[in-house]
Design a protein around this ligand. Sequence first.
Ligand SMILES: Nc1ncnc2c1ncn2[C@@H]1O[C@H](COP(=O)(O)OP(=O)(O)OP(=O)(O)O)[C@@H](O)[C@H]1O
Ligand SMILES: [Mg+2]
Length: 212
Amino acid sequence: MRGRFITFEGGEGAGKSTQVARLTETLRSQGIDVVRTREPGGSTGAEQIRDLVLNGAAERWSPMTETLLMYAARADHLERTIRPALAAGRWVLCDRFADSSRAYQGAGGGVDAAFIEQMDAAVVGADQPDLTLIFDLPVEIGLARALGRGDASEVRFESKGQAFHQRLREGFAAIAAAHPNRCRVVDAQGDPDVVFARVQAAIQPLLTAVAA
Ligand SMILES: Nc1ncnc2c1ncn2[C@@H]1O[C@H](COP(=O)(O)OP(=O)(O)OP(=O)(O)O)[C@@H](O)[C@H]1O
Ligand SMILES: [Mg+2]
């Protein structure tokens, strides 16, 4: 049986990486074979593209160039990591995926949504996530959390300013509304235990489907 594909989305500092780690641990303790991965990245070549995209000056790449780089990385990630894992029956938990392109380069950067959907159809095709958790949080709280990490690497998008991040939040909300079967909005406020309880409730239908 094909594995399940769950993606974690949302703005800077929303708690995606924290919750991916927790869900990975919990599912493994239940005997599920989990591959935890991330975007941009998740394969050797895609991690090299990650370094290009997430570091350097905010205006280093135009939103169009970013879109092409992100989908190049995504193609490699799908070919070498995600598709083989799902085919082997493993569950894939991915920290960001295509909705981040829709939100960051589309809603945030102004790249034509129809162009992104054409690229998505060609690169991702039928391998859409079974479930996408969209972590939602006021922009200032997310940026404060991200800054609080005290890590000055990979901050290219963090440095883009408040208006950009507000467009991101609205972009993610619009994606959730447009794909109600695939997406669940998770309130990312509250302490990590409280947020994790929301994550577990959201993935419950996938676990029930496996047991049936
Ligand atoms: N529910 C929470 N409440 C308070 N702080 C949190 C919570 N979840 C995570 N954090 C902290 O906030 C910071 C950002 O969390 P995390 O790295 O998980 O976010 P992220 O969504 O992966 O961010 P990015 O988009 O930058 O990758 C970390 O220092 C983390 O420990
Ligand atoms: Mg993260």
